[in-house]
Design a binder for this molecule. Structure first.
Ligand code: 13P
Length: 247
């Protein structure tokens, strides 16, 4: 049985002071989530990681990106040992905004996934097609490459969490229907099963893209969707609380 998971991706939002306010309110969120047997977490900007860890380390706290190398001349980057030193144990990899604005590729994501796993950290690997790819009907080809290249060399897939986020649904209010989301999440599991056998059934696969308190329930009812990666609706405590309540 896969435990449900809700992750709020804050993107480039919230100052440290705003993060502290959320963290203080998060004890109640955690209590409700525990009662419902749901794991919850957030991926804040780097500067807010320490704030969250200081106030409520029981949340899953993840970075939004990592560099795959330990150190070196890579201005503006943050390494895995730096995150580990803080106590961060998760990171997003390959969010579509990183792919679009920062030229991340399936191959560069693969380096990050492997480096995180080597350091006993959990990669939350994001995949999803663009609007153009969706309209051309090539979603499954795109997802296949993202999964096969991005996870190449991964030995124990149970250590990985996957998020299917169609690019056309992110921040647009045009969420994928529950049928589309389930079809692709089931396809991802099928791809994983071909490589990893029965362990594929233990991998948590999330849907992301305009998930709101009023639509999260429909996704959670689908057999291959184990939770949600939420942007805008994860920013306020009230809305985060409603997401948990409706899961
Ligand atoms: P929205 O929930 O704001 O559409 O963002 C989704 C997302 O990109 C989460 O990573």
């Amino acid at each position: 049985m896969r435990k449900k998971l809700l992750v709020g991706n804050w993107k480039m939002n919230k100052t440290m002071a705003e993060t502290a306010a959320f963290a203080h309110a998060s004890f109640e969120l955690l209590k409700n989530a525990n009662d419902k047997n749901i794991d919850i977490g957030v991926t804040p900007p780097y500067l807010s990681l320490q704030t969250l860890l200081n106030i409520n380390p029981k949340l899953i706290i993840g970075a939004q990106n990592v560099h795959h190398l330990e150190k070196g001349a890579y201005t503006g980057e943050v390494s895995i040992p730096m995150l580990k030193e803080l106590g961060v144990s998760w990171s997003l990899v390959g969010h579509s905004e990183r792919r679009t604005y920062f030229n991340e590729t399936d191959a560069s994501c693969n380096l990050k996934v492997l480096a995180l796993l080597e350091n006993n950290m959990t990669p939350l690997y994001c995949v999803g097609e663009t609007l153009q790819e969706f309209e051309k009907g090539v979603t499954k080809e795109v997802i296949k490459a993202q999964i096969e290249v991005g996870l190449k060399g991964v030995e124990d897939v149970r250590e990985v969490v996957i998020a299917y986020e169609p690019v056309w649904s992110i921040g647009t209010g045009k969420n994928a229907s529950k049928e589309i989301a389930e079809d692709i999440c089931a396809y991802i599991r099928e791809l994983l099963r071909a490589i990893y056998g029965g362990n594929a059934d233990l991998v948590r696969i999330l849907y992301g893209g305009s998930v709101k308190p009023n639509n999260i329930k429909e996704y959670m009812a689908m057999p291959n969707i184990d939770g949600a990666l939420v942007g805008g609706a994860s920013l306020s405590v009230e809305s985060y609380a409603e997401l948990i309540n409706n899961m």
